[in-house]
Design a protein around this ligand. Structure first.
Ligand code: SF4
Length: 643
């Protein structure tokens, strides 16, 4: 039983089908959190490993040694049982003669481990049985048995329960099992891997098959270290020093009453760049929706004050109005949304090709603004902000933008469109996006006051422009230099002693691509700021010119360290040839791109490998959203003058 539950098939089913966050799902928020943890287990295991490096807790690599060690270590302190083990193993090398040892002599040797009578009786009973079964005092014959048979034999010994049996199997037989001691139990309960209040046997059964086999040893030994130092059994856990806090249900529940501010909703929320910026400007998110679970996992992780009731993984179109209202809890002042913009991204190009007659609203993706307007209709917020690409404004001489503005007007909103370039606001990136900003018309004839307030918001945004550009080199300063194929998703970059002084500094998502020799040679020859078009004019070596230089002018580009970077886009998930690092002869990492996008290092992107670029490339730069958010909250302070 302990070895087989739950099956990996069951877990796979839950991860794939049950954890959508769909409001139809009957799963509790705790269960959704647990499934989120299991989807993120590789990152969690990496954080534990970066913190503690799978320490040796003194366990033994020879099965019989480990059995004796386990006997001595139960219910006592480390020093006492370590000393007792040393005395016993010196007195009985290779345990020869132990079965016939004098009981009083044994009790004296065990002395410092305590419980001498009980330990001596159990130990003697077990070594005598082992000698009778195998002809000598060894457990080596078990190495040829199946895991289940080993487990059943060990738990049949005196004083050996499931946890002790699994420890012997894991530490000394190399079996990929997962023993649950009190530290592991407590951490798994606090983090939310198991429910609260399970007794120890029930916790062992729940956790036995929960983690991937190759991670079990590391998770076990690292959790013990974490329990001894940070997530303590006695007294308060030291969450302020814990790098796993974002993943931890105990910590997250304590953050919920911090969700204070101007209430907002984020639809098509993605990873949450806009939310972060608005939160920095004084907003509090009540609800976020996106249909991409990878994105909502990142969103949930980085918004610790929210539960899975408030982060919904679902197509907005399939969400009923009453569900949205119920989940958002109360009055909403602002709705933000960035409907997918792929359809509009290509409009400019199509127009140049004379395809102006294309019916862009024939593509469902281009009509999601109607869904956005439906959300406005449900909540009647005072403001909305909708982000999109500049192509939307230019399509058919502005025809589509006018249709969208008319739709907002039908829902009683005056709105303006602003083209904002991130680089004007202290962001190291040449990224222009369009923002529709709307203000509700509250009464007949109220359009003028709405327009007046929108003009004021636009002026406040304009006033926040910064004179000085921020360069790629400035924003990536301090990140470890990497060569191609170096780096890791989780890196600890300080040497601070873990002696309860400060939270270790970790860098996430900082790993570089592997490149082929030809591309590496091209990167090396490119100057900072140079692209493939100008590079190719100077080269005669055809092996360095694999693409048509006219059509692929920007196929290769090296970022100029002292200038702003090109716009970070989701295509970086496929290749980074046009985002070559100015010094390090490789494509930029997700963390470097995140800094360019103005994300702080504490914002962690989930997802496999370079797929993390998709959410990052689609995100609104937090600092740009903050500029808009601050302008709205400043205007909100003067509300009376518009009413
Ligand atoms: S956040 Fe606190 S409760 Fe959670 S694992 Fe860390 S120390 Fe333990």
């Amino acid at each position: 039983m302990v070895l087989s539950r739950p099956t990996s098939e069951k877990i796979h089913h839950q991860l794939t089908f049950d954890s959508s966050g769909n409001p139809g799902s009957k799963l509790s928020t705790e269960k959704k959190h647990r499934l989120f943890l299991l989807r993120s287990i590789d990152v969690i295991a990496d954080v534990f490993e970066a913190l503690y490096s799978s320490p040796n807790h003194g366990n033994k690599s020879v099965p019989m040694d480990e059995l004796v060690y386990i006997h001595l270590s139960k219910k006592t302190n480390e020093r006492g049982y370590s000393e007792a083990f040393d005395r016993l193993s010196s007195a009985f090398p290779h345990w020869m003669g132990l079965a016939d040892a004098d009981v009083e002599h044994l009790k004296r040797l065990i002395g410092s481990a305590g419980l001498g009578n009980q330990r001596t009786a159990e130990l003697l009973a077990n070594v005598r049985r082992i000698k009778a079964e195998f002809g000598s005092i060894t457990l080596n014959p078990l190495l040829k048995w199946s895991e289940r048979r080993i487990f059943e034999f060990l738990v049949s010994l005196e004083g050996i329960g499931p946890k002790s049996a699994l420890c012997i199997m894991m530490y000394s037989m190399g079996k990929k099992v997962f023993p649950v001691d009190t530290h592991v139990h407590l951490i798994c309960e606090r983090m939310g891997f198991i429910g609260a209040g399970l007794d120890h046997d029930a916790a062992q059964k729940e956790l036995a098959g929960m983690f991937p086999r190759e991670m079990r040893y590391g998770l076990h030994v690292n959790m013990i270290a974490h329990g001894r130092q940070i997530c303590r059994k006695r007294g308060r856990p030291l969450c302020e020093l814990c790098n796993l806090d974002k993943f931890c249900l105990y910590f997250r529940k304590n953050q919920r009453d911090r969700n204070q501010g101007v209430s907002m909703i984020d639809v098509f929320c993605g990873a949450g760049g806009a939310t972060l910026g608005f939160k920095n400007a004084g907003f509090a998110v009540r609800l976020a929706v996106d249909k991409d679970r990878k994105a909502t996992d990142t969103y949930y992780l980085n918004n610790e004050e929210l539960s899975f009731d408030q982060v919904i993984t679902c197509d907005l179109q399939s969400l009923k109005s009453k569900t949205l209202r119920r989940r958002a809890h109360g009055k909403i002042i602002m709705v933000f949304g960035g409907p997918p913009c792929q359809g509009w991204s290509h409009i400019g190009k199509n127009h140049k090709k004379g395809q102006g007659g294309t019916d862009f609203f024939g593509d469902e993706k281009n009509t999601l603004y109607i869904e956005f307007a439906r959300v406005l209709n449900i909540f009647n917020p005072r403001y909305f902000v909708m982000e999109n690409v500049p192509g939307l404004l230019s399509a058919d001489g502005g025809k589509y933008a006018r249709i969208i503005l008319k739709e907002f007007r039908n829902h009683k909103y005056e709105s303006i469109t602003l083209r904002l370039n991130a680089s004007d606001y202290g962001i190291a990136q040449n990224r222009t996006r369009v923002f529709f900003i709307g203000r509700r018309i509250y009464r007949k004839g109220g359009s003028a006051s709405a327009r007046k307030e929108l003009s004021r918001i636009a002026a406040l945004i304009e006033l926040k422009k910064e004179e000085k550009i921020v360069s790629f080199r400035e924003v990536t300063k301090g990140l470890p230099h990497l060569k191609a194929a170096e780096g890791s998703n989780v890196v600890r970059i300080d040497d601070t002693n873990r002696a309860l002084i400060s939270k270790p500094h970790m860098i996430f998502n900082h790993f570089a691509r592997k490149h082929n020799p030809r591309d590496l040679r091209i990167y090396e020859l490119l100057s900072e700021g140079e692209d493939y078009g100008s590079f190719s004019r100077e080269r005669r070596d055809k092996s360095l010119l694999p693409y048509n230089t006219e059509s692929f002018k920007t196929k290769f580009r090296k970022i100029s360290g002292n200038n702003i970077c090109y716009a970070i886009i989701s295509h970086l998930s496929r290749d980074a040839n046009s985002y070559v690092h100015p010094q390090d002869n490789r494509g930029i990492t997700v963390r470097e791109a995140a800094r360019v996008q103005s994300f702080p290092d504490g914002f962690v992107f989930l997802g496999k490998g370079f797929g993390q670029f998709i959410d990052l490339g689609n995100a609104v730069p937090p600092k740009l959203a903050q500029v808009i958010g601050l302008s709205i909250t400043e205007s909100l302070k003067d509300v009376k003058q518009y009413e």
